[in-house]
Design a protein around this ligand. Structure first.
Ligand code: NDP
Length: 234
C-alpha cells in the first residue's frame, strides 16, 4: 500500500537514494531541501531543520499533497570537524542543533499525525561514529549517539501506539560528506572494513526502506549497522 513518506535532506546523497527507493515501490515521497529543489518524481519541500517554523511548514506542504506523514526518515546532517581544543562552542552546538535537535523537531512534528492513525515508522540516520567515536568529530559523534537515545526513548513511548522507531548507523558512504574526509583518513577507515569497500548511498537505502516495511513490524529501538562490518563489537 502506498504511503506518505518524508525524508529530511532527501535532495542529495544518502537521503536521495532513500527517497528514490521508497518512490520506486510506489510511495508518495516528499524530500526536504534548503534551496536546491528536488529531482523529478519527488516532492521538494523547503526546510532547514534548525528552524521550527520551516519544519512545520514543510510538513504542512507535504501533508497537503500526500496526506499525513506515515514514514519519517530523519537524515539531514552535517559535520564540522576539529580537535576538541580547536572546537569553539558554536561549532559544537551548531552540529548538535542540526543533527540531534533537528531530528527531535521532525519526530515531534511527525508523531502527532502518527498517533492519530495509530501507525507510523520512524528511521533516524545516525553513524558508526555514534558508538565508536572519531578523532576530530566530538560534536558529530555526540549528536549521532544522542540520536540513539532519542530513538530508543521514542520507541518506548510510542510502541503501544503502533509506531516503530529505529536507527541505521552507516559507515563510510560515498557522498559529498564523505568526500570532505581526507584520502588518508578514508584509506584508514577502509582498512577496518571487512567487506573491503566503502558503501554507495543505495547500500543504505535498502535497509532504511526495509525498516519501514511491514516485514520489520516487530523491530523497534534497534540500531542497525550498515557499515560493511566496520563497527563490529560496538
Ligand atoms: P550530504 O552532505 O551528501 O547531504 C547532507 C544532507 O543534509 C543534504 O540534503 C543537506 O541539505 C541536508 N542538511 C544539512 N543541514 C541541514 C539543515 N540544517 N536542514 C535541513 N537539511 C540539512 O551527506 P550524506 O548524504 O552523506 O549524509 C546523510 C546522513 O547520513 C547524515 O545525517 C550523515 O551524518 C549520515 N551519515 C553519512 C555517512 C557518510 O559516510 N556519508 C556515514 C554515516 C552517516 P542541503 O542540500 O540543503 O545542504
Amino acid at each position: 500500500m502506498a504511503r506518505s513518506v518524508l525524508i529530511t535532506g532527501g535532495n542529495r546523497g544518502i537521503g536521495l537514494a532513500v527517497a528514490q527507493a521508497f518512490a520506486r515501490q510506489g510511495d508518495r515521497v516528499a524530500v526536504t531541501h534548503r534551496g536546491s529543489g528536488a529531482p523529478a518524481g519527488l516532492l521538494g519541500v523547503k526546510c532547514d531543520v534548525t528552524d521550527p517554523p520551516q519544519v512545520d511548514a514543510a510538513f504542512a506542504e507535504a501533508e497537503a499533497a500526500h496526506g499525513p506523514v506515515e514514514v519519517l526518515v530523519s537524515n539531514a546532517g552535517v559535520t564540522d570537524d576539529a580537535l576538541l581544543l580547536r572546537m569553539p562552542e558554536e561549532r559544537f552546538t551548531r552540529v548538535l542543533d542540526t543533527n540531534l535537535t533537528g531530528a527531535y523537531r521532525v519526530c515531534r512534528r511527525a508523531v502527532s499525525g502518527m498517533l492519530r492513525r495509530r501507525w507510523g515508522r520512524i528511521v533516524l540516520v545516525s553513524s558508526v561514529a555514534a558508538l565508536s567515536g572519531t578523532t576530530g568529530q566530538a560534536n558529530y559523534a555526540a549528536s549521532k549517539a544522542g540520536m540513539v537515545g532519542l530513538a530508543r526513548s521514542l520507541a518506548r513511548e510510542l510502541g503501544g501506539r503502533g509506531i516503530t522507531v529505529n536507527v541505521v548507523a552507516p559507515g563510510l558512504v560515498m557522498t559529498d560528506m564523505a568526500r570532505t574526509v581526507s584520502a588518508a583518513r578514508r584509506a584508514e577507515m577502509l582498512a577496518g572494513v571487512p567487506l573491503g569497500r566503502h558503501a554507495e548511498p543505495d547500500d543504505v537505502a535498502g535497509p532504511v526502506r526495509w525498516l519501514a516495511s511491514d516485514e520489520a513490524r516487530y523491530i523497534t529501538g534497534a540500531v542497525l549497522p550498515v557499515d560493511g562490518g566496520l563497527g563490529m563489537g560496538h
